[in-house]
Write a protein that binds this ligand. Structure first.
Ligand SMILES: [Ca+2]
Ligand SMILES: [Ca+2]
Length: 328
């Protein structure tokens, strides 16, 4: 199994949001259905690739089941007849008009060499659908894997209510959910507590939420190290100001002015808390964005009937290896 081709651990990285999606294509050649491009394997020897008939404008599409800001799309081409993909376009948006082909274009793919994987930057284009289409000519469309990287577009913290352990200057708690990542404290979009033991900040999402990821923007005009060692806690309890809830992550360091995203694996909770434990410190957050899984029920249902996930022993073993590698 270690010889399995293209057995990259990052294919199971939880930030490839295509793995959670539902795929479709303009037609199907043989048994090469649309799901093979999001099965988690980059194998290029046809066994893990899609294949349409020879259509005019053949297309393939993944429904991400939520609106994402797409930063990049990675495509793995087949190890034979790679020129078939020349001139294909990636389109991203929320429309299903013309099978999604009318959505805005991220890129025209000039050429991906046989069996190779190329990544295309899409600059946070927003959309629920990612479409690959070969325009104008009659062609077969084959994709061995298509990966989509990005974050959900809907930040549920914006509708929450923020509070914190104390207030310093004009750094009120709401500044971390005001919709701005402005990181200069003096522009009044960052929070600020006094110097105290275990300073905390909390957002009440007003509903129990399955939190997939949280993005935190650190202060940019100095003292970014104050946030080092902060913990993010998520749950439904207000005991100890919410600090006793289960922990999503310990933040080792966020560079000045930068935004880091932490995966919380669908932790359930109404409260998201940031606390600096164990030392006397000031807590400042310039923005906290909370992303939730609005379609987890749909996904679970789909997984349970998905023939490609009722996998062979080989792919189970491959998954175990990939997961183990991913955690290193
Ligand atoms: Ca594949
Ligand atoms: Ca802010």
């Amino acid at each position: 199994m270690l010889n399995a081709p293209s057995c990259q651990s990052k294919l199971l990285a939880h930030n490839n949001v295509a793995l959670r999606g539902v795929a479709a294509q303009s037609s199907q050649f043989s048994d090469r259905d649309a799901h093979y491009a999001i099965d988690g394997y980059r194998n290029t020897n046809y066994g893990s690739c899609t294949h349409t008939a020879q259509d005019t404008n053949p297309w393939w599409r993944v429904d991400l089941l939520d609106v994402y800001k797409v930063t990049a799309v990675t495509i793995t081409n087949r190890d034979e007849v790679p020129e078939r993909l020349d001139g294909a376009e990636i389109r991203i948006g929320n429309s299903l008009e013309n099978n999604g082909i009318n959505n805005p274009r991220c890129v025209v793919i000039s050429h991906i060499p046989a069996g190779e994987t190329n990544t295309f930057q899409c600059n946070e284009m927003e959309g629920r659908y990612v479409v690959v289409v070969i325009p104008v000519r009659k062609e077969y469309l084959t994709l061995c894997e298509l990966e989509v990287y990005g974050t959900p577009a809907v930040n549920v913290a914006l509708k929450g209510v923020a509070s914190q352990s104390s207030l310093n200057g004009y750094g009120n708690a709401h500044n971390a959910i005001d919709g701005s990542r402005e990181s200069d404290y003096y522009k009044r979009s960052c929070t600020h507590t006094t110097q105290e033991t275990n300073p905390w900040w909390r957002v009440d999402l007003l509903d129990v939420t399955k939190v997939t990821a949280v993005s935190i923007t650190n202060r940019g005009d100095g003292v970014p190290e104050r946030l080092d060692g902060a913990e993010m806690r998520i749950g439904n309890s207000l005991e100890n100001n919410g600090i006793n809830n289960p922990r999503c992550v310990v933040i080792s360091h966020i560079p000045a002015g930068e935004t880091n995203t932490f995966q919380c694996n669908e932790m359930e909770g109404r409260y998201v808390v940031v606390v600096i434990p164990g030392r006397s410190e000031w807590l400042t957050l310039c923005e906290v964005e909370v992303f939730m899984d609005r379609f987890s029920t749909v996904r679970k249902k789909r997984r349970s009937v998905d023939p490609h996930r009722q996998v062979t022993t080989r792919s189970i073993l491959q998954n175990v290896v990939l997961i183990a590698t991913d955690r290193q």
